[in-house]
Write a protein of this length. Structure first.
Lengths: 327, 306, 249
């Protein structure tokens, strides 16, 4: 068994080494694939707060991913058409600045998570799963009908948005941005997990009535976790939109919600690097199996079934054993 | 906005709701008795539709195609239950979600592999096609009317089954107390397989019946599945009555909303804006309905459990 | 008259036609252990649930330190000074002993919001938690995963977690259940000490412990308190003998 922190450092090293190697041998496509994996990892790290720490099985996280994506799409679309988003009561213009877009994405997805969380946390268990799934679908249908922003066809953004001091069109520089955000998010989540809030959230998953008896408001803690979780996944959505320079209702699809869960579970639920490992493995499988067979989802499904039925703790669980306790 | 249009749309909503009921009934029974969340229920709907389309293509008989749909989806249900689902009853919800998500991938891609990506078409039989005249001079498609009656018939049959038969007693006992039912000497494995197959057959029947008015294609089941979830959240887990009332509410809200909301907004704004806002709101109407029910009654209108 | 810490006045609760709590009035005075005994199904757990706020009574009041808490949630009652141990251990099994105890301290001494500081590095929280663990004798297993504790140790941990809230009154639901004689003895000693800090309402089946510890005993039968008194009074009470203790007492 390898110690989990060592394994995590190894994964971080891979995230630096693979793109560096790809640049050295002039394989920009590998950098793009890695960017995709890193963005999925951010989305899944977000979900892992709700799912892994909080035990909240959200099957609607694509909603936040999509909201982040559309935040980018709408802001950049207005900038490229020179039409303000609002003219009344005050003028709001579009923007091509990544930091502004990220801020809007995080705020918008937090607000959505707050509303969805308030409603779905009135219940628990299977109800929670069904309700989050249903609200995700609501956004999907809303965007299909949203003709101002391309409806079913989505929106294309001609030029990638800018970041001060960097050339975002250079794949490796854009990768560096995404990787830095992943590192930052991982740092926040690891601190959060050890904080008083994380301790309470972790206990609320296991014994909610105990947390109430300790004088803490379980639902409020879970709601806060859900909002933070949605915000991070929303940020990932904005990056994903920038990677593809395209947003469409597919970003809201239930399949994507399912896939974000799959990232978390393949890697290891509740493990800090679980979602990262899961996203890397998923993108690798997608690339390799997808190259072998048009029907690679069948193999993915079979693999997933085997993991659920016969393994515990995902890949990190297999490599590092049981989760270590903090002291 | 005429009286005839209103009646027509109400019938459309009713027809849509009744078909949703066929999905939701099986799901809610499986939740209620086995405590399982089955995302692959939409795949069984799809299996029914494809089986019907394939048999109709071979034989040209609508009746045979319905029988094929029932048989194929029930069989798929039995296989899935004994191979996979049975191992999930004692697992947590996350494992159930993942495993049944995996089943969707396998079913969907498997179907695409066998039948290809192009949609199939299932024709309405001669004797059920064309409009029929209703009192008040309303012309309404006979097939849709037949769907309403068939669905209501199934609903009545299902309620009788649960209220009056031995299996029904076992199902109700299973919903209330899992240990008691084992104590009664019932073979739990057999009962669970039976319930799962029953739910699967209902889903398959719905798929075949709806397949004749929409196209039969891969991925057709999941949107219906998610609507059925909305129905169950509204009606309450485990309640057949809740599923029926929830289905009809969702069917009517969705159908009437998409027709009348744009017109309603047209009363006080210009047509283009009204169509936009009205149809956006209509696409959200059932989820808003679900939200209202959640605020008012978190366990659904007829939910038994807290 | 001594000050009363915790009291119920005419608590009544019905499930259908069944009166599970029938006009129950008991109180808890400073420094005492007040034991609540009764046969299975007498309604002890339902009464505890109403006192702790997880069940709403149909009629009657619960007062803590003279304040009406009948309409407060379980959480608010904990913060108001009601320390509870659960009948079935309600501990986060994946977490360590220390983590469970720090969690207990969080509501009263800490604040879970707006800080990314590790909870276990918070000296105030950790101090309270470690002190509580010392009190119950679990200081040597602080970093052990709770799932690996023995049954008796878990009961001790339950008490430690309740201690962190620095409660005005303890409600203990069968703390001795499943303990061996050695464990029982240890816990008896601990409770004996604890009563000085805060009185204990003790629901217990272990009659030796009850008779050894209790200042007063109330006997609950079919949702009704049939007698309240000292150990000797209860032993001598004819009605209690018939209804509950049988011929053994």
């Amino acid at each position: 068994m390898i110690q989990e922190t060592h394994f995590n450092v190894f994964i971080l090293a891979l995230l630096v080494a693979i793109p560096a190697w790809a640049i050295a041998v002039d394989e920009p496509f590998t950098v793009t694939l890695m960017t995709r994996a890193v963005i999925f990892a951010i989305a899944a790290v977000g979900l892992n707060i709700a799912l892994g720490l909080g035990g909240l099985v959200s099957l609607g996280h694509a909603a936040f991913f999509g909201i982040g994506g559309y935040a980018m799409g709408i802001l950049a679309f207005h900038q490229q058409t020179y039409a303000p988003i609002f003219e009344w009561p005050f003028v709001i213009e579009g923007t091509k600045s990544m930091p502004v877009i990220w801020l809007v994405a995080v705020v918008a997805s937090s607000l959505a998570a707050l509303v969805i969380g308030l409603l779905s946390l009135r219940t628990s268990g299977v109800y929670f799963i069904m309700i989050t799934l249903a609200f995700g679908q609501m956004f999907f249908f809303y965007c299909i009908g949203w003709s101002a922003y391309g409806g079913e066809d989505g929106l294309s953004i001609y030029v990638r948005n800018g970041f001060p001091g960097l050339n975002t069109l250079d794949p490796i520089q854009f990768y560096a941005i995404c990787f830095s955000i992943l590192a930052l998010v991982l740092w926040i989540v690891s601190a959060l997990a050890k904080s008083s809030f994380g301790l309470a959230l972790n206990a609320a998953r296991q014994v909610p009535h105990r947390v109430e008896t300790a004088g803490l408001n379980t639902k409020r803690i879970q709601l806060a976790a859900f909002v933070i979780s949605g915000a991070i996944t929303g940020l990932a959505g904005a990056l994903f939109a920038d990677l593809n320079r395209f947003v469409s209702p597919a970003m809201f699809s239930w399949q994507l919600s399912g896939e974000i869960i799959v990232f978390v579970v393949i890697g290891g639920v509740g493990r800090l690097f679980g979602p990262v490992v899961g996203a890397l493995v998923f993108v690798a499988l997608e690339h390799i199996l997808g190259g072998l067979s048009e029907f690679w989802h069948i193999y993915l499904g079979l693999l997933l079934l085997l993991i659920v039925l016969f393994s515990h703790g995902g890949l990190i669980g297999m490599v590092c054993g049981r989760k270590a306790v903090h002291d | 906005m005429t009286f005839i249009l209103v009646i027509e749309q109400i019938l459309n909503g009713l027809q849509f709701g009744i078909m949703l009921f066929l999905m939701a009934a099986g799901l809610t029974l499986i939740f209620g008795v086995m405590g399982l969340i089955n995302l692959a229920h939409g795949s069984l709907y799809m299996v029914g539709a494809f089986a019907a389309a394939a048999v109709a293509g071979l034989t040209g008989s609508f009746g045979l195609s319905l029988i094929a749909a029932l048989a194929a989806s029930a069989l798929a249900g039995v296989i899935v239950e004994t191979v996979v689902i049975r191992r999930l009853y004692n697992k947590d919800h996350l494992d159930q979600v993942l495993a049944t998500f995996a089943l969707i991938l396998i079913f969907s891609e498997g179907t695409r592999w066998v039948f290809g990506s192009f949609p199939l078409f299932l024709e309405i039989p001669e004797y059920l096609s064309g409009p029929v005249s209703l009192p008040g001079g309303i012309q309404y498609p006979l097939y849709r009317l037949a769907l309403i009656f068939a669905g209501l018939l199934v609903a009545a049959g299902l309620m009788l089954l649960i209220a009056k038969t031995r299996i029904g007693i076992q199902i109700r006992a299973g919903e209330n107390d899992r240990e008691m039912i084992a104590a009664l000497g019932v073979d739990i494995n057999k009962l669970y397989t039976l319930i799962f197959a029953l739910g699967a057959a209902l889903a398959g029947l719905a798929g075949a019946l709806v397949g004749a008015i929409q196209s039969v294609q891969m991925g057709m089941g999941e949107p219906v599945l998610i609507l059925a979830f909305v129905v169950i959240v509204i009606g309450g887990i485990g309640s057949i009555k809740g599923a029926l009332i929830g289905s009809i509410l969702v069917g009517l809200t969705d159908t009437l909303g998409s027709v009348f909301l744009p017109q309603l907004f047209g009363l006080f704004m210009d047509t283009a804006a009204a169509t936009n806002i009205g149809s956006s709101l209509a696409s959200m109407a059932i989820y808003i309905l679900m939200g209202v029910v959640l605020i008012w009654r978190p366990t659904g209108l007829f939910g038994a459990r807290g | 008259m001594t000050e009363i810490i915790l009291a119920t006045h005419g608590l009544t609760k019905t499930f259908g036609a069944l009166k599970v709590s029938n006009n129950i009035s008991i109180d808890l005075r400073p420094g005492e252990i007040h034991a609540l005994i009764g046969p299975n199904g007498a309604g002890k757990s339902t009464l505890i649930a109403q006192i702790c706020g997880t069940l709403t009574p149909a009629a009657g009041r619960v007062e803590l330190m003279g304040k009406d808490v009948t309409h407060l949630s379980a959480r608010k009652r904990s913060l108001a000074g009601l320390g509870r141990t659960f009948q079935i251990s309600a501990l986060a099994m994946e977490d360590t002993v220390l983590q469970n105890t720090v969690l207990g301290a969080l509501g009263a001494t800490g604040n879970p919001w707006f800080s990314l500081r590790p909870a276990l590095k918070n000296h105030a929280l950790r101090g309270v938690a470690e002190q509580a663990l010392h009190r119950v004798g679990l200081q040597d297993v602080m970093s052990t995963r709770t799932a690996e504790l023995s049954h008796g140790q878990r009961r001790q941990l339950e008490v430690a977690v309740a201690l962190t809230l620095n409660p005005k009154a303890f409600i203990m639901d069968e703390p001795m259940a499943g303990l061996g004689s050695e464990g029982s003895k240890q816990l008896t000693e601990l409770l004996d000490e604890l009563r000085v800090e805060a009185p204990i309402l003790l629901v217990e089946h272990d009659m030796d412990a009850v008779f050894a510890l209790a200042n007063r005993i109330s006997v609950l039968v079919y949702g009704k308190i049939i007698a309240t008194g000292t150990v000797d009074e209860i032993r001598a009470n004819r009605e209690v003998k018939e209804a509950y203790l049988g011929d053994e007492a």
